[in-house]
Each structure stands twice: as structure tokens, then as C-alpha cells.
Design a protein around this ligand. Structure first.
Ligand SMILES: [Zn+2]
Ligand SMILES: [Zn+2]
Length: 311
């Protein structure tokens, strides 16, 4: 018997064994999929499993954080279960959590993406699973991203034009993950941007793991947090944000480019169809909407995990 619910992270009970995925408080057998704030524990009671990259990225914010470090894409056998952290192709070190308990195969995607990024390793997909727990950040049909290379070329030509007329450019992004993607895209275009102090801290972890990112102390282009650019657009600068939400949101004077490190609606649906599990549990996003789409379009049993409000 398997029971999957949302409370202290995603909790799985199977054959009297208990697993916690991205919990607020780690206990029992816990896993941390990646270093974004909404997936990171607030308290560590027992050390969770995580990749070394994830541990080092979390330590940027919380130097006391620790984890049982395991290699990505490597199977580990414990007494009564086995597991593998499979590359999620989302940010540095991000992993899906694959569990095998008494021949039952379970996959939790965490945040993931199918099409390749510039600074992450390719998505690894298991051969088959019985149960799939999938994120649904962009789990509504209107969230289908345009071709990424088209967005990137629009973005770069917008920057080139601004620089050509003598403007400086401020780019607002999520400081972990998207910032490093944008810096790599700029580097490949011959631009070495200036990065804010927080972005630079994460850059250093990426560099430690072999991702080459070139930044400069002075540049026509600055990469900083999205909320800074939106709340305090720099005077005399051309301001842009890069986020998947730019697909549907208007940021006023700030131009938006829809580039995401998440699967869009089509990729989410494709992943469910390819794995064809017995049951899909939907979490983290448009849970109700995506659950209905899975049932309607794929005829696969799906359940929305209710996010419990912790008092
Ligand atoms: Zn994330
Ligand atoms: Zn997330």
C-alpha cells in the first residue's frame, strides 16, 4: 500500500517505510531535490540526501546546512529500499528522486525541464515507474513557451540595440539558476556582464563545479535580482526581466523575455505520457488544473496533492 500526501514536503508511506521529499523539517529518510528556497528544509533533524552541488548552493544562504552527499545518476542500495538522484535539468545539481521499494518504482520530479539548458546536465528519465509525482508550475494549457533559440535571439538583439544607442542594460532574473543561464548566454554572445553580489556568490559555486561564467567589475550590462529591477528600475538604463511568466504577464516599462528553467505545459504532459504510470500525483503549481488535463487528455489516473497550510 502506498500513501502520498503533502504536508511536511511530499510524504510517502509505503510498507511501513516513510520518505520525505523536499520537507520543511528533515526526518526519517529525506531528500532535497535542489537549492531553490521553496524546496530547501528550514530545519534539519536528520541529514537529507542531496547532490554536492545542491549542498554547496544551499550553504550560500545557510553555512550550517549539511546533507548526505550522493552522486547524480547513480543508484544506491540501502537495507530496504534503493534510490537514485536523476538529473532534473533545472538548475545546477537539481535532481529528480527515484525510489524503489519492494519492486514499486516511484519518481518525484522536483522542478525539471526536458529541453536542454546552457548550464545544466541533460534530464535523465527512468525506463518506467508505477507512481509519478510531478510538479505543475506551468500546468495550464496557455503556458506553452515559444522556441528558446528565438527568444534568446530576440533578447540579444534587444541588448545590442540598446548598447548601440549608448544605453546601459539592467537584466532582472532569479539569482540562482536563471542568472547563470543568462550570463552564459551573454558570454556566448561576447558580453561579460557585471553581476550583483548575490548572483556572484552563486556564480562561484557554478564555477567550482566546472561551469565557466565570465563577469566583469564594470560592464554595459548588469545582471541582478528580478524584484530589484521591477521595484527599482535603474534610471538611464534599459530594463528587462527574463522569466517564464513573461509569456502572460506585462511588466510595464520593463520588457519581459519568456525563458524558463521549468517544463512548459506541453513538456509536462509529454513526460507523463512517456512514463505512463499507474497513478500521477500533481504538486507545486496548478495542481487541480493539471490533474484534470492528465485525466482528460491521457486517460491516466491523477490526483492533486493538497498543500496543507501549516499553522
Ligand atoms: Zn526550482
Ligand atoms: Zn520550485
Amino acid at each position: 500500500m502506498i500513501n502520498v500526501r503533502h504536508g511536511n514536503g511530499v510524504a510517502i508511506d509505503i510498507d511501513r517505510k516513510k520518505f520525505l521529499l523536499d520537507p520543511l523539517v528533515t526526518d526519517f529518510v529525506s531528500f532535497v531535490s535542489h537549492a531553490h528556497l521553496d524546496h530547501v528544509p528550514k530545519a534539519v533533524y536528520r541529514l537529507p540526501y542531496a547532490t554536492e552541488e545542491t549542498r554547496e548552493l544551499i550553504k550560500v544562504r545557510d553555512p550550517t546546512f549539511n546533507a548526505k552527499v550522493v552522486d547524480i545518476n547513480t543508484r544506491y542500495e540501502e537495507d530496504d529500499f534503493s534510490f537514485e538522484l536523476m538529473c532534473a535539468n533545472h538548475i545546477l545539481g537539481s535532481a529528480q528522486i527515484y525510489l524503489e521499494v519492494d519492486d514499486v518504482k516511484i519518481l518525484y520530479t522536483g522542478d525539471f525541464k526536458i529541453t536542454p539548458n546552457k548550464t545544466t546536465k541533460r534530464l535523465k528519465m527512468p525506463d518506467e515507474v508505477d507512481y509519478l509525482i510531478i510538479e505543475s508550475t506551468y500546468g495550464k494549457p496557455e503556458y506553452v513557451f515559444p522556441d528558446e533559440e528565438d527568444v534568446i535571439s530576440d533578447f540579444l538583439s534587444w541588448i545590442d540595440k540598446k548598447i548601440f544607442i549608448g544605453k546601459k542594460v539592467a537584466i532582472g532574473v532569479y539569482p540562482l539558476g536563471k542568472a547563470q543561464e543568462i550570463i552564459k548566454i551573454l558570454n556566448d554572445h561576447g558580453i561579460e556582464p557585471k553581476a550583483s553580489a548575490l548572483v556572484e556568490k552563486y556564480n562561484d559555486v557554478y564555477r567550482k563545479f566546472g561551469v565557466k561564467l565570465k563577469t566583469a567589475n564594470d560592464s554595459e550590462v548588469i545582471v541582478k535580482s528580478m524584484h530589484e529591477v521591477l521595484n527599482r528600475p535603474l534610471n538611464g538604463h534599459a530594463n528587462a526581466v527574463v522569466t517564464g511568466w513573461a509569456l502572460t504577464e506585462d511588466f510595464g516599462d520593463v520588457i519581459g523575455f519568456p525563458l524558463s528553467d521549468h517544463a512548459d505545459f506541453n513538456q509536462l504532459l509529454e513526460y507523463v505520457a512517456r512514463l505512463n504510470p499507474k497513478t500521477v500525483y500533481v504538486t507545486h503549481g496548478f495542481t487541480e488544473e493539471f490533474t484534470e488535463e492528465i485525466k482528460k487528455r491521457l486517460g491516466i489516473n491523477a490526483i492533486a496533492l493538497k498543500e496543507l497550510k501549516l499553522l
